[in-house]
Each structure stands twice: as structure tokens, then as C-alpha cells.
Ligand binder design. Structure first.
Ligand SMILES: Cc1cc2nc3c(=O)[nH]c(=O)nc-3n(C[C@H](O)[C@H](O)[C@H](O)COP(=O)(O)O)c2cc1C
Length: 357
């Protein structure tokens, strides 16, 4: 992350610590975690918790929130934690602190995803502030896009961004390859729907309308009926036959553009690669959001080992971690998060007072 002046405007709900003095370590930790919880996570499991100790925050994966059926290796859990890590680093940068990060610092503690500390200060860049402004506003899109092309320079910038985080974002432009990925996604979705354990697991993370839960995918986050995309990229069955979801607005009910299809990949397939992929994912999503570009995410094809291997060998470019579709669209989705106080603990294990000195 590079460096520029801190603008006055901040995203709603993420008010920086105020006052003449520099914020205390506890105030900083509260602010960082309040931002980090807005990272995307598989099924909005929010599989993380944080501990703060002086000028250091540790990010842990919460194995109790792992998806044992869909994600037995914890790959998607660590991608989600990587997205939270990127957001935490960005929050520090937004206040002019320079984060020092060590990823998976202790082999004896595989759930300790990262330690982030800060000592030095350097003003945040305009790029960092723009990304940070989108943290609570960005939403996952589910459905098709306007038939508008995306600027090649924008796609190049996304790819360069992913490389900075140790991952690759590859545009799959050929009609044949797009059709193959659409077919593989459909095959995966059908296989997952036919798996009763998987269907039960998904249902447990897709609460009914009226639920007061602050995790899982609420009905406000997906359309009741999607007109589909061309080619057809199957979506998750969050409403599992109940017809939940929001009413479709915008142009007619027919299929819309699938958008620009991309694969997020890594050269290795170890936990550190998954964390890198998560950091790259959140950077790409926030970069898109600053330009009015939304993203639909599909992890169904990479949850089936054989299909994932098929993508790796047929389309090359490393281990596929996630499939993204990018495009412009008017978004109406709304999501939920657990309050930061539920996931932030002091070094000794107690809950940390967010505002206290
Ligand atoms: C690793 C990972 C996999 C995901 N897979 C899917 C998916 O297959 N389908 C989908 O609709 N959303 C997927 N998502 C998006 C999450 O459902 C979304 O981030 C979460 O519900 C929170 O909503 P928000 O992104 O709008 O804040 C995925 C996110 C991550 C990080």
C-alpha cells in the first residue's frame, strides 16, 4: 500500500477515533476490527476473531465456523480470513499507520492467521482512502450485469493488484472457456444440491426472513428469482426451495450478461496461498467498488475436488481459488455482520472495551 493525505470524509459507521491526542491502542484495535468484519466470507460465516495486545492485533481463524462439508480443508475459511486481514491493514493505513504483517507466524498455531503491528506513520494515499471508503458499502452481487464492457486498463490494474498480494486474477475472455466455466459451475451446483449433508450445511447459514442473526446470508442479499446470465452461471440455492429473496428490479426478466469472468488463482495451494488469495480478493472487490464495478462470486466449482482439478489442468494458470464475474449493475443487496465487540478480545482473553483508555 502506498502513501497521501487523509481525507475528511469517512464511511458511515466507521468513525475514526477522534480527539487531539493520538488514539490509544485499544481505540485503534476497535476501529480496525470494526472495518475488518465487513470483509466477505464464505456463506458470511465470518470465521474470525481478533486479539489485541498493545500495538499488535492477532487475527485467528474460528474453526467453529468452518464449513466441514463444503470446506473440509479450511481453504475458504482462510480465504475469508485473508480478506479480513487485507481490510485490517487498510484500516490502519487509513489512519496513517504503517502495518507490519506476519502471515501464519507460528506453525504450532495453524489458526493464528496473522499478526499485525504498527509503529511507523505515513499519510495514507488517495488509492488507500478510496479503497477504504468502500469497505462497508461493497456488496456481493448475485445475478447478471449490464451489457457494458469494462475498461482493459481497469482489468490490468486488478491483475496487478492481485500480484501484489501473491495471487493472480486471470480474465477468462474466450467464449469457449467462459462456456466451459459456466458448465463446470452448473455441474458443481447440481452435485452440491444433490448432497443432503451439503444442503443442510448451506441451509444452516441461510436464515429465514425475519431472523435476527448477524451472520449467514440473509434473504436481502439474493434475488428471489434470477433471470439468469448468458452463459448461465448457476447461483447458490440460498433459499432452498422457500422462494425467499428480494424482488428483482431493473430491466426485464430475461438473461443478462455474465460479465467479465475471472479466476483468482495461486501458484501454490498451501494455507499461506489461501490467505494471499483472500487478501487479493478483497483488494479486487474494493478496487471494483471504487469504479462502480460489482462482483458475483462462485466457489461451487472449486468445492468439488475433481472439478477444481479439471479447471486447473484445462485452463492453466495455477490453483483456482475462486471464480468471479465482474460488471456494472444497480445493486440492492444488503448483508449483516456480527458486532465487532463479539469478535475482539484483549490479549488475556477478555472482551476489549472499544472506546476506553
Ligand atoms: C471464499 C468465498 C467464497 C464465496 N462463495 C460464494 C458463492 O459461491 N456464491 C455466492 O453467492 N457468494 C459467495 N461468496 C460471497 C459471500 O456469500 C459474501 O461475502 C457474504 O455473504 C457477505 O456478504 P457481502 O460480501 O455482500 O458483504 C463467497 C465469499 C468468499 C470469501
Amino acid at each position: 500500500m502506498d502513501t497521501l493525505p487523509v481525507p475528511a470524509a469517512r464511511p458511515a459507521g466507521l468513525e475514526p477515533p477522534t480527539g487531539a491526542e493520538l488514539p490509544t491502542a485499544a481505540e485503534l484495535a476497535g476501529y480496525v476490527v470494526a472495518a475488518a468484519v465487513w470483509a466477505p466470507s464464505v456463506h458470511n460465516t465470518q470465521p474470525w476473531w481478533f486479539s489485541a495486545d498493545g500495538r499488535e492485533i492477532s487475527l485467528y481463524a474460528d474453526a467453529g465456523r468452518q464449513l466441514p462439508v463444503a470446506d473440509p480443508r479450511g481453504r475458504e475459511m482462510l480465504i475469508s480470513c485473508g480478506a479480513a486481514l487485507f481490510t485490517a491493514r487498510l484500516a490502519l493505513r487509513s489512519l496513517g499507520y504503517v502495518p507490519e504483517t506476519s502471515v501464519l507466524p507460528d506453525p504450532r498455531q495453524p489458526l493464528l492467521v496473522a499478526r499485525v503491528s504498527w509503529r511507523r506513520r505515513a499519510a495514507a494515499t488517495g488509492y488507500e482512502q478510496r479503497l477504504f471508503g468502500q469497505v462497508p458499502l461493497r456488496r456481493t452481487h448475485r445475478g447478471g450485469f449490464d451489457p457494458l464492457p469494462l475498461a482493459p486498463e481497469f482489468l490490468t490494474a486488478l491483475a496487478e493488484g492481485a500480484m501484489r498480494d501473491g495471487a493472480m486474477l486471470r480474465v477468462i475472455a474466450g467464449e469457449g472457456d467462459r462456456a466451459v466455466l459456466a458448465a463446470v459451475t452448473e455441474t458443481a451446483e447440481q452435485a452440491l444440491r444433490a448432497d443432503s449433508m451439503y444442503a443442510r450445511e448451506l441451509a444452516s447459514w441461510a436464515p429465514a426472513p425475519g431472523s435476527t442473526r448477524r451472520d449467514g446470508v440473509p434473504y436481502t442479499a439474493y434475488p428471489a428469482r434470477s433471470g439468469g446470465t448468458r452463459p448461465h452461471f448457476a447461483g447458490r440455492d440460498f433459499s432452498h426451495g422457500h422462494g425467499w429473496g428480494t424482488a428483482q428490479s431493473g430491466p426485464g426478466a430475461g438473461p443478462r450478461s455474465a460479465g467479465v469472468v475471472c479466476l483468482l488463482t495461486t501458484t501454490g495451494d498451501r494455507p499461506v496461498d489461501w490467505v494471499n488469495a483472500g487478501q487479493a480478493l478483497q483488494r479486487a472487490l474494493l478496487m471494483g467498488a471504487t469504479c462502480g464495478v460489482a462482483a458475483a462470486l462462485h466457489s461451487q466449482p472449486v468445492e468439488r475436488a475433481r472439478l477444481r482439478e479439471f479447471i486447473r489442468t484445462q485452463l492453466g494458470g495455477g490453483y483456482p481459488q475462486l471464480l468471479l464475474r465482474l460488471g456494472t449493475v444497480i445493486q440492492t443487496a444488503a448483508s449483516v455482520r456480527r458486532p465487532p465487540a463479539d469478535v475482539l478480545f484483549a490479549g488475556g482473553g477478555e472482551h476489549l472495551s472499544m472506546g476506553g483508555r
